[in-house]
Design a protein around this ligand. Structure first.
Ligand SMILES: *[C@@H]1O[C@H](CO)[C@@H](O)[C@H](O)[C@H]1NC(C)=O
Ligand SMILES: *[C@@H]1O[C@H](CO)[C@@H](O)[C@H](O)[C@H]1NC(C)=O
Length: 486
């Protein structure tokens, strides 16, 4: 939605089709919301509840999408035949941007509209976006998305990396048949459409949610991969609501911002844990802004804590007095905090949060504790350490400087490259030739085979000749030796 908003702000007429009511909007965006059916919703929620109760690796999650969670793929196919969606074919469009989530079959829409298509990969470059753009995955020094590694990788990490890659490729082939099935079901009868495999070769650009030179890993990117990481962060903060603004302005000792996200309601965290958090925070010399849903039942009233039900997170993190962010370690919050150079104490609970928190701690932006097992001591120690030891804020500030140092902001990047594709009618010259090569050609297997055949033939021939000469010589020697003996 931030990508759509950037384009609308630049004066483009943007229509967005979504299955959820978006949080980010713009008054000029035409929105078509086609929600999942109630039955699909129930099934998704059941699965999410199962996933919330345990740690899930990326591979776990992937295999889930192919089995119990395949409703998330199939519902995206249902959209394509929904009457609310079919109305878009009455309008003339110039370009399609496909938000990628295992929905390749939706590429058919661009082909039907006869427009170029940009794929928004949303995540950092990975084996999926590599395949779309014909980008090398460089398994020996580019860590797979499912592992945390520092570069360069040692022997074991490289072995793990290769195994993860092969496994992902295997999963992709299973996914492929599911995607093809959906594609054939909807468009199989349409003689004007090529195969899904061919459609994939017509992607002009791939946006990725990354900025590798500040975040890492360092890796090659073909020209058709455009990094738009941080697009969701505002370039300039909006003015704060008056009470929050005043509270932060008078926080001369600094302010701490606590938000455990919208999935975990603060009031559903165990009361003992809330009391631990309250005791420690009320004893700080810094002021505290605490996101809390039930203002009639706060953990306790003291002058240094301000409770609010709703908070403009990005704008609070941008305030110069904000010294620390206590977060549940959602990806969005961590990125915003890093962008504004604010160190963190993470209290993750489930899903991707523990992984995000571990990565954040490893990169030196702060410390991670487990929300369910914190004690007064461990929590106070962690806050003291991150507030008083300058190394965390230093690391965060340094990252923030690198992250912002770009020729174009993420928004400008989206607008520039989208208009570039429009100006150059799909800009096919940008595409890597690798997209059109088979596995054998791409890996030069045919060339190696021919060279190997020539070398082997030559060796065999040499051996034959050698044998022949040897036997001649030997025979001569034998006869002369025989003569001497006579
Ligand atoms: C923008 O697109 C919408 C929907 O396709 C259309 O109804 C409207 O006329 C367009 N506006 C302009 C200014 O082109
Ligand atoms: C491929 O994209 C170009 C524009 O970039 C478009 O004109 C053409 O129709 C597309 N072909 C298919 C099969 O989608």
């Amino acid at each position: 939605m931030s990508t759509a908003k950037a384009l609308a702000e630049a004066g483009h007429n943007v229509t967005v089709v979504s299955m959820m009511k978006p949080k980010v909007m713009h008054k000029d965006i035409h929105l078509i919301v086609i929600p999942v059916t109630e039955e699909q919703q129930r099934s998704i929620e059941e699965q999410m509840a199962i996933m919330a109760g345990r740690k899930n690796s990326v591979l776990d999650t992937m295999s889930r999408f192919l089995n119990s969670l395949d409703v998330m793929i199939d519902s995206q196919a249902d959209v394509l035949t929904d009457p609310r969606f079919l109305r878009i074919y009455e309008t003339k469009f110039d370009l399609m941007i496909l938000g990628y989530f295992l929905n390749d079959f939706q590429l058919a829409v661009a082909a039907k509209l006869k427009v170029p298509v940009i794929l928004d990969g949303l995540m950092p470059p990975n084996f999926i976006t590599d395949a779309f753009a014909g980008n090398p995955s460089e398994l020996s020094y580019v860590p797979h998305m499912a592992t945390i590694a520092t570069q360069p990788m040692g022997f074991l990490k490289r072995t793990e990396n290769l195994a993860l890659h092969l496994f992902s490729k295997y999963m992709s082939t299973i996914l492929e048949s599911k995607l093809n099935h959906n594609y054939e079901k909807i468009y199989g009868g349409d003689k004007n459409l090529p195969s899904l495999k061919e459609l994939r070769k017509n992607i002009t650009l791939v946006f990725t949610g990354s900025h590798l030179i500040s975040e890492g890993p360092i890796r090659p990117l073909v020209p058709a991969i455009i990094e738009t990481g941080g697009i969701q962060v505002k370039d300039k903060p909006d003015p704060l609501p008056e009470d929050i603004g005043q509270f932060l302005n008078k926080s001369t000792q600094g302010a701490v911002f606590l938000s455990l996200g919208s999935n975990i309601k603060s009031s559903t965290v165990k009361p003992e844990i809330v009391q631990i958090i309250f005791k420690v925070l009320s004893g700080l010399k810094e002021n505290v802004i605490w996101k809390w849903e039930d203002l009639d039942n706060t953990p306790g009233n003291v002058t240094n804590i301000l409770y609010k039900t709703w908070l403009p997170q990005d704008d609070i993190l941008a305030h110069p007095n904000t010294k620390l962010f206590i977060t549940h370690a959602g990806k969005g919050g961590i990125t915003e905090s890093q962008y504004h150079g604010v160190p963190m104490v993470a209290l993750p609970v489930f899903a991707d949060q523990p992984g995000n928190a571990a990565q954040m701690e490893r990169s030196g932006f702060g410390l991670a504790l487990d929300l369910l097992t914190i004690t007064e001591d461990s929590f106070r120690q962690a806050l003291k350490e991150v507030l008083e030891n300058d190394k965390y804020s230093e690391t965060a500030r340094k990252f923030s400087t690198l992250y912002r140092d770009r020729p174009l902001t993420a928004k400008q990047t989206v607008v520039y490259w989208t208009e570039y594709v429009l100006r150059h009618r799909g800009a096919p010259h940008l595409q890597s030739p690798a997209v059109h090569m088979s596995f054998i050609e791409l890996n030069n297997l045919d060339v190696y085979t021919v060279i190997a055949s020539i070398v082997i033939s030559f060796l065999l021939l040499a051996r034959l000749v050698g044998k022949f000469l040897w036997s001649k010589l030997f025979a001569k020697a034998n006869t002369s030796a025989a003569k001497k003996n006579q």
